[in-house]
Ligand binder design. Structure first.
Ligand SMILES: [Fe+2]
Ligand SMILES: [Fe+2]
Length: 224
């Protein structure tokens, strides 16, 4: 009996695995470029995106946002980062290309793309109206502030070289305070507003403690 060729429908591709794989590939390409083609010591984009997914899922749970829309948008929001300021639009286009080939609910693809398109900017003058877009924006920005920002940005900053000193790194981190304050004020959802305030506080506390250690100020209050 002749063998029948197994026809697999591309529509059956599991969407989560598919978008994760696509994002991993994009992150690795970006990391290799950052390290001038050498084996990357740190994959900032992957660290950032996985943090955004975790935060977005928690926020979705707490705010009642559509979990599928939020998760797909979180995985794909920076997938076309190489497009610079146009990466939200390009990312939205990518979502329209990749998700129809998967088992993702087709009627939600437009919504995912709209969330990705709206995630730009470290702060906002006008708040976003759509709940899922708000959740993605908040999660993306939460992942850029607080202690996470120090640990995510430090390797990238050090890699730039130019005789970086610890004090210079602290100064740069302090300069970030300006936009972080605006970011905190731009958060949409109640849990993100609360967390953002705490993150900025911890960030400043850590920098103060680090400066105190470098200056030996912690030696002043030793007993006896
Ligand atoms: Fe982005
Ligand atoms: Fe991002």
């Amino acid at each position: 009996m002749p063998k029948t060729k197994k026809i697999s429908s591309s529509k059956n591709k599991p969407w989560r695995k598919t978008v994760q794989k696509a994002m991993k590939k994009a992150a690795e390409t970006e990391a290799r470029q950052r390290f001038g083609g050498a084996e990357p010591l740190f994959d900032y984009r992957w660290e950032h995106v996985t943090a955004v997914v975790t935060l977005a899922l928690k926020l979705a749970e707490q705010t009642g946002a559509d979990v599928e829309v939020v998760e797909a948008a979180a995985w794909l929001h920076d997938i076309r980062k190489e497009a610079g300021p146009k990466h939200p639009q390009e990312g939205a286009k990518f979502a329209h290309q990749i998700l129809p080939k998967t088992d993702f609910p087709q009627e939600k693809i437009g919504h995912v793309a709209r969330c990705i398109r709206a995630h730009m900017g470290l702060w906002r003058r006008k708040p976003l109206k759509d709940l899922e877009a708000q959740v993605l924006w908040d999660a993306d920005k939460l992942a850029k502030i607080g202690l996470t920002s120090l640990f995510h940005f430090m390797p990238v900053t050090i890699m730039r070289g130019n005789g970086r000193t610890t004090q210079k790194l602290i100064d740069d981190a302090r300069a970030n305070n300006k936009w972080m304050t605006k970011t905190v004020a731009s958060m949409h959802t109640a849990p993100a507003q609360k967390a953002a305030k705490k993150r900025l506080k911890r960030f400043n506390k850590l920098l103060n403690r680090l400066e105190a250690e470098l200056a030996g100020d912690d030696l002043l209050n030793l007993p006896g």
